[in-house]
Design a protein around this ligand. Sequence first.
Ligand code: NAD
Ligand code: AKB
Length: 316
Amino acid sequence: MKKILIIGSGGQIGSELVKKLRGIYGNENVVASDLRQLTGEIVETGPFERIDSTSIVQIIEVVKKYNIDTIYNLAAILSATAELNPMLGWNVGIGSLINCLEIARVFNCALFTPSSIGAFGPNTPKDLTPQDTIQRPTTIYGITKVTGEMLSDYYFRRYGVDTRSVRFPGLISNLTLPGGGTTDYAVEIYYAAVKGEKFVCPIEKGTFMDMMYMPDALDAMVNIMEADPSKLVHRNSFNLTSMAFDPEIIYNSIKKYIPDFEMEYKIDPIKQAIANSWPNSLDDTCARNEWGWNPKYDLDKMTVDMIDSLRKKMGL
Ligand code: NAD
Ligand code: AKB
């Protein structure tokens, strides 16, 4: 049985990944950790340790204590927040990664670190962006992601460390709010709709970005780490998507189920500039061919589930 450490467990992804992995591998085999002291289900259902992942010593202590063989490294500062504090974005994103890579090398762990559509830039082909193409991002977030992809491939080639990764699009979920990214609007719009509020959209009409519902993202993180390594031509990182839309398309999907929902635009210049530098849609054929990526949710199926789940969560 795997012995897994999740770093950054309190975030949008981690808070759901802990539960998913404990369901598969057993509560006692999945150690949750975060810079913050977390509370609730995560600490009640299995081991939890406070770790600042920029400290290699703190990670090593936990890896030794639990005989960890697989690390999910989720600590990062998302795109819009990192743009406001680039040094923090670099120090957390790269500090955490290089520590995990060194630990994976010495303690023989497999390592998953998500990349992002933010690893692409304005010179990247915009539509059906190929797996292997020009990247050259213009945000500090994207620069950490490209660096992370290259470092992870280096550790695989040079030391045989089992590093694997995906370029996640904007993730939409109903448990934990997103942590300061450019795609956060695609989560916030559902909260406004369900609460009966008008949504003020920070991203311009006509701005397309890839998106994915969290259940598909969780499956991706399990499946890529379980994939047969002999089938992997790529490793860091696979393009991944399940839908691409602009604000009008998601607004109209919600309006089918909440007809009086209203939206207006008030553009956030930082988020808009970031979104403009990212692709409209990715080609994820390599992930489909090399490890069987096959998302289950399209936009309307996600909308129905989001509205239903948020209504239950808010008691509406
Ligand atoms: P998040 O901001 O919601 O959560 C990050 C977590 O990391 C937080 O709980 C935070 O407390 C923790 N953290 C921050 N600094 C830390 C440190 N020094 N040590 C330990 N923990 C620390 O982020 P998320 O959305 O869950 O994203 C996780 C990963 O997935 C990141 O690498 C992110 O770039 C990537 N990703 C996310 C999305 C998305 O839409 N959510 C899309 C693409 C890629
Ligand atoms: C962000 O917007 O920063 C993230 C991402 C796509 O990486 N959601």
